[in-house]
Design a protein around this ligand. Structure first.
Ligand code: PMP
Length: 453
């Protein structure tokens, strides 16, 4: 039973005391107060299927009993001791976390958010290479801070302020909207199945662009790092042509830089075929950043790198008051155990493949669906004006989005024109949830079309 302030009261407080820049996903935002696994409950007692998981954050399920139990035990024992002391949970956790990584990725920095992780990764890359310039992909989102406003290459998240020097953006290898088309990295699903026998030929064209940037725009010997997600999240689930990231990795090495994989959205088994998104591309990064799903919604994040890179960073003391507190370590450990015990990576693969199949069938009925894409449980549905690739106007996508909410499904938004619905649910969703979603989406589109008549 909901016992908080009235909806009207929360609206009033929001307008008086919370910043107007705050991200609002619905015209009439939801007042949520309870969650269980893939389900959320609002103040009126209405139940919603959560396909966005607090933006890819709830990985193993809202209030998963094992994670809640681990946190409760820790809270009852010791809240906080900062990393100037030792605590057994932290040691247990970092050992489990590094066991998930290939190669020499053995050193863990525990931090508090994805932005903080990416900020630290830029420091590590600069400390190790002695270089200052950093490249990311156009339309990327890597966090919100005064320095990350340079790394994040999406206008809507950037204030009209001077961006710190040393950030460059390379052309986005987007198979759907990019000028060269191309097929996707995903081999395991219906949509996006790559027809190229080897690497996709368009990957080379985008690699040529990256080479131009590294050779021509960045002063020689100045490259510190390339940052990339394994599938772009905020920009509406953009997969890259097969072979692109592998070749980008090789190129960056040639120019003396490091490769940083931002696994904030793609990590922890979500893409199904691999625990980390970068593994789908056959690369082993120098630095990996992670957040969101790492703690199933508990505020925590991490940077994992090699001993060599961490050694270069040891020129100055590293301190972080909350990073690696025992509560975060207890939660992180429980999350990793649940992913394993409940075979959630396998579930992402199977349910994701089924989801894509069903969505592709719906696309055949509704020409307003221009593209269905993604891998595992990181999917995107792009809305267009039928028969074109022009984005469906934002108000019309909002109508479909709101209709879905009213019918009981919460789904994300993204893409440059906010015309992509993003599916990144708690990884425990099942086939019935997919069937329910597809029925709801069909109905939501029909209602929108009826309204338009
Ligand atoms: N990287 C990616 C890929 C993200 O999607 C986000 C958040 N949307 C961040 C970094 C920043 O994470 P946080 O909001 O925890 O700072």
């Amino acid at each position: 039973q909901y016992a908080g302030p009235s909806y009207q009261k929360t609206e009033l407080v929001k307008s008086e005391h919370l910043p107007p820049a705050m991200y609002n996903i619905y015209k009439r935002p939801l007042l949520l107060h309870q969650g269980h696994m893939q389900w959320l409950y609002d103040h009126d007692g209405r139940r919603y299927l959560d396909l966005f998981g607090g933006i890819v954050t709830v990985s193993v399920g809202h209030c998963h009993p094992k994670v809640v139990g681990a946190l409760q035990d820790q809270i009852n024992t010791l809240w906080h001791c900062t990393n100037i002391y030792r605590h057994p949970k932290i040691y247990e956790y970092v050992e489990t976390l590094v066991s998930k990584f290939p190669g020499d990725l053995k050193v863990v920095y525990l931090v508090n958010s994805g932005s903080e992780a990416n900020d630290l990764a830029t420091v590590l890359a600069k400390a190790y290479t002695g270089n200052l310039d950093v490249v990311s992909l156009q339309s990327s989102y890597h966090g919100y801070s005064s320095s990350l406003m340079g790394l994040t290459a999406t206008q809507s998240y950037r204030m009209p302020l001077p961006v710190p020097p040393g950030f460059y953006h390379t052309m986005l290898p987007d198979p759907y909207r990019g000028i060269w088309g191309g097929c996707r990295d995903s081999l395991s699903q219906v949509a996006g199945a790559c027809a190229c026998p080897g690497d996709c030929v368009t990957a080379d064209k985008y690699i040529h662009q990256l080479n131009e940037l590294l050779e021509n725009s960045i002063p020689a010997g100045r490259l510190a790092a390339l940052f990339a997600e394994s599938i772009q999240g905020v920009n509406g689930t953009v997969q890259f042509p097969k072979g692109y990231l592998k070749k980008a990795h090789q190129l960056v090495k040639k120019y003396g830089g490091l490769y940083v994989a931002d696994e904030v959205q793609t990590g922890f088994g979500r893409t199904g075929d691999a625990f980390w998104g970068f593994e789908n591309h056959g690369v082993v990064p120098d630095i990996v950043t992670m957040a969101k799903g790492i703690g199933n919604g508990f505020p925590m994040a991490a940077v994992v790198t090699t001993k060599e890179i961490a050694a270069a960073h040891a020129k100055a003391t590293y301190f972080n008051t909350f990073g690696g507190n025992p509560m975060a370590a207890a939660v992180g450990q429980a999350v990793l155990e649940v992913i394993e015990e409940e075979e959630l990576q396998k579930n992402c693969k199977e349910i994701g493949a089924y989801f894509v199949e069903q969505l592709v069938q719906l696309q055949a009925v509704h020409p307003v669906i221009g593209d269905v894409r993604g891998k595992g449980l990181m999917l995107g549905i792009e809305f267009v004006k039928p028969g074109t690739k022009d984005a469906l106007p934002v108000a019309e996508v909002s109508e479909i989005h709101e209709n879905m909410k009213d019918l009981g499904v919460l789904i994300g938004r993204g893409g440059r024109w906010s015309n992509v619905l993003r599916i990144k649910p708690p990884m425990c969703v099942n086939k019935q949830d997919v069937d329910f979603t597809v029925t709801v989406l069909d109905q939501a589109i029909k209602e929108y079309l009826n309204n338009k008549k």
